[in-house]
Design a protein around this ligand. Structure first.
Ligand code: KG4
Ligand code: ZN
Length: 348
């Protein structure tokens, strides 16, 4: 089954053709990162306009690369949410038009399900049961999948997402947007134990995260240094901040695997493009006898292949295609989609 998938929830116009949910026939991403970096973050209005400009040629390029015509596509998939409404609408409109002219079904995908399913694209052995840590610019979730089609949210961030903390601290450090990669490269020359950061206290049984205290502490410490003309080593600061975020994410993930007796730990989302994070998790999994899965760097950040992979799993689980009334859902909660997947899996 060949699925043509579209992702346009934030600042990447991405299209891919994915076969049988696991192999990519062609893909193309038009990134707007350099445009938004001038403003220190994504400007929604500009993002929508750039998606409109890029969508036609990105689509054409993908079909050309794959050597396929629209008639040879079996189904379409699109990110319905969450994300920026104007940006999502461009993808949703394009996907509806394609489904309408070809008469092929269209599947609406939740962006986070896409991130999780990126693991299916590269790891044949990836299958439930697994615990998956999703850390992106807008989300930090710990999800348990005991069996195909059944997902349980163990924990989530109570305030800022991990990526948001990276982006905001990077801004105060004077680094470019997006902040995660900038902090990672600065941290390479720094000492991860040079600075100590506060740890959020969330109760011993909670799998939630909280990054706002850590972020505020980091930002205040940087402002304070500036006011006092204190020579603060930025590389040490970046390395220590990164270390603190990674340890928080790792601690909760390992505890979830241990408590649930789950032997597979997977990573997903833009923040896990961080090589220090993945190697720290990999070593910890090895030490604790856990199987470790993470998408390659390219598939951690937003892309359309993951949307195609997620749509394929939805089709396998018996999901119904969307109708022509499909609309963007900018605030679509992951809980809603997990509930409906579970109901579909039970045939309700
Ligand atoms: O998944 P993603 O591409 O978009 C969302 O769904 O939000 O994630 C983007 C987030 C940004 O906050 C960015 O700073 C962060 O992922 N990120 C990183 C790295 N690469 C991207 N954070 C830490 N280290 C990185 N190498
Ligand atoms: Zn994302």
């Amino acid at each position: 089954m060949r699925i043509l998938a579209i992702e346009s929830s934030c600042d990447e116009t991405a299209v891919a053709i994915v076969e049988d949910g696991c192999s990519t026939l062609a893909e193309c991403i038009a990134s707007q990162a350099s445009l938004h970096s001038q403003f220190g973050g994504v400007v929604p209005e500009l993002a929508s306009r750039k998606h409109v400009e890029a969508m036609p040629w990105v689509l054409e390029e993908v079909l050309q690369k794959a050597g396929l015509s629209l008639e040879e596509i079996d189904a379409f998939a699109v990110t319905q949410g969450p994300g920026l409404v104007g940006a999502l609408l461009v993808g949703v409109t394009a996907a509806k038009a394609l489904a309408s002219v070809t008469g092929k079904p269209l599947y609406a995908v939740h962006h986070i399900m896409g991130h999780i399913c990126a693991n299916y694209l590269e790891h044949e052995a990836f299958e439930p049961p697994f615990v998956c840590l999703v850390a992106s610019g807008g989300h930090s979730h710990l999800i348990y999948c005991p069996q195909e089609g059944l997902y349980q949210i163990l924990g989530r961030t109570r305030d800022d997402a991990a990526g948001e903390a990276f982006d905001k601290v990077a801004r105060v450090l004077g680094l470019s947007y997006p902040g995660g990669p900038a902090i990672e490269s600065l941290a390479k020359e720094g000492n991860p134990t040079a600075f100590e950061f506060p740890e959020a206290k969330l109760g011993k049984d909670s799998y939630d995260f909280s990054f706002s205290g850590l972020k505020t502490y980091a930002m205040n410490r940087l402002h304070q240094a500036k006011q006092k003309d204190e020579a603060l080593c930025q590389a040490d600061f970046a390395a220590s901040f990164q270390h603190s975020v990674v340890q928080t994410l790792l601690k909760q993930s390992l505890r979830a695997c241990e408590t649930l007796g789950c032997k597979r730990l997977a990573l997903a989302g833009g923040v896990v493009a961080n090589q220090t994070l993945t190697s720290t998790f990999q070593q910890a999994c090895h030490k604790h006898g856990l199987q470790f899965f993470a998408p390659s760097k390219r598939l951690c950040t937003d892309n359309a292949e993951m949307i195609g992979a997620a749509a394929y799993r939805m089709i396998l689980a018996g999901a119904k295609p969307s109708t022509s009334t499909l609309n963007a859902k900018p605030s679509w909660r992951i809980d809603e989609v997990l509930e409906s997947i579970a109901m579909e899996a039970k045939g309700e």
